[in-house]
Design a protein around this ligand. Structure first.
Ligand SMILES: [Zn+2]
Length: 197
């Protein structure tokens, strides 16, 4: 089964924190790991509303700071970063929709158990992920691999773009291509690009 239809199998954790502590954490039943160290890296980034990507061992980590909260997801390497971004977009939307976090945190006697029920929301999101309409699958030809690759892009990334075509870099197998995508999600060009970092 393709990754995006079965994303739960690839996820290691989903964490929602503020500056001081974890408000909510989801882990698959199979996982006993702790991710405190990863979250300290995440908290060092003060910028709002920008997705950050990390690779750590054989795990991908994506995080974003939004509404004074830090949303983080970790997954196995096979998952494209755009899928993880789409997942966090949806998780942050739902969490913000259900909980008025600022008000809850202002209660003197508040307990993070209040967020426990969000586990059910996460399970629902994971199961329905492929049907939420968050992503587009685009086929792109890489002349280095000499293969047609499947590239996932977030719909809102294309729909909210300021101009077209929208560039996206697809790093894979040790090289990268720059793809230009128009408002109809069609590929308008592909270039080989050099990478540094
Ligand atoms: Zn390639």
């Amino acid at each position: 089964m393709p990754v995006y239809k079965n994303i739960g199998e690839y996820l290691e954790f989903i964490n929602i924190s503020n500056e001081k502590f974890t408000l909510f954490e989801w882990k698959p039943a199979r996982s006993f790991k702790r991710y405190d160290l990863d979250l300290n890296i995440v908290k060092q980034n003060p910028v709002n509303d920008i997705f950050f990507h990390l690779t750590k061992g054989n795990m991908k980590i994506v995080h974003i700071r939004r509404d004074n909260l830090i949303y983080t997801v970790g997954s196995r390497n096979e998952v494209q970063f755009q899928l993880l971004e789409a997942l966090l977009d949806h998780v942050s939307f739902k969490f913000h929709d259900i909980y008025d976090v600022e008000v809850i945190l202002s209660y003197g006697n508040f307990s993070i158990n209040i967020f426990n029920a969000f586990k059910n929301e996460i399970e629902d999101i994971i199961v329905q992920f492929a049907d939420l309409g968050l992503l587009k699958r685009i086929n792109v030809e890489c002349r280095v691999c000499n293969k047609v690759l499947t590239l996932f892009v977030k719909k809102n990334f294309i729909e909210n773009a300021e101009s077209y075509p929208v560039p996206i870099v697809y790093v894979h197998e040790g090289h990268a291509i720059l793809c230009f995508i128009d408002q109809n999600f069609d590929i308008r060009g592909v270039e080989l690009v050099n990478i540094t970092g």
